[in-house]
Design a binder for this molecule. Structure first.
Ligand SMILES: Nc1nc2c(ncn2[C@@H]2O[C@H](COP(=O)(O)OP(=O)(O)OP(=O)(O)O)[C@@H](O)[C@H]2O)c(=O)[nH]1
Ligand SMILES: [Mg+2]
Length: 167
């Protein structure tokens, strides 16, 4: 898997998406420091909201192959200025979260991310796991086996095995 660093304002859903990408049970955890998991770097929203701390995000982008800018579909304004994606010498993708929340406007969040310079934009509901597979599929590298593929191949070999037993 390619390594991704998640950036966005506080409550945008970075930690929830990190948990969903890792197939963990979703639970609330306020991020107070940069968490370096194997393929996901989760950052505190305050880094994106505070000019002085934002420099740290630039440094963390070098630690990943992909930068993910998150905007919640319920956010009233966008934190990312137009064309800011061009400042990273990494692939920058957009991720719209909370797409089914009350008052959500995913299309507006999508347009903000386009303005920021993201060419690929994913829509997710991390709490329900919706859209997370598309992101995993995008991050996968040759030879990676995704969890559901492993399950499918296990089922296939179990069926083949039980077929063999009945002979
Ligand atoms: N329904 C739904 N709720 C979400 C989604 N993403 C996040 N949430 C909820 O939004 C709240 C904040 O999510 P976090 O993942 O903690 O946000 P964060 O970006 O990590 O916030 P900081 O750590 O403060 O920077 C939590 O209560 C989550 O359950 C989503 O895609 N759908
Ligand atoms: Mg967090």
């Amino acid at each position: 898997m390619r390594k991704i660093v998640l950036m966005g304002r506080s409550e945008a859903g970075k930690t929830t998406l990190t948990q969903a990408l890792r197939g963990e049970k979703i639970h609330y955890h306020k991020t107070q420091y940069v968490s370096h998991f194997d393929v996901v770097v989760d950052t505190p929203g305050e880094y994106a909201q505070t000019k002085g701390l934002a420099h740290a995000l630039a440094l963390y982008s070098y630690e990943a192959q992909v930068v993910g800018l998150l905007v919640g579909a319920t956010e009233p304004y966008c934190l990312f200025p137009p064309c800011c994606a061009s400042q990273a010498n990494r692939e920058v993708i957009g991720i719209v979260t909370k797409i089914h929340e009350k008052g959500a406007d995913p299309a507006r969040a999508h347009r903000w991310l386009e303005l920021a310079g993201c060419r690929r934009i994913f829509h997710v509901d991390s709490a329900a796991g919706e859209g997370v597979w598309a992101l995993l599929d995008y991050l996968r590298e040759e030879g990676d086996v995704l969890p559901w593929e492993r399950e499918a191949s296990d089922n296939h070999s179990n069926q083949a095995g039980s077929g063999h037993d009945s002979l």
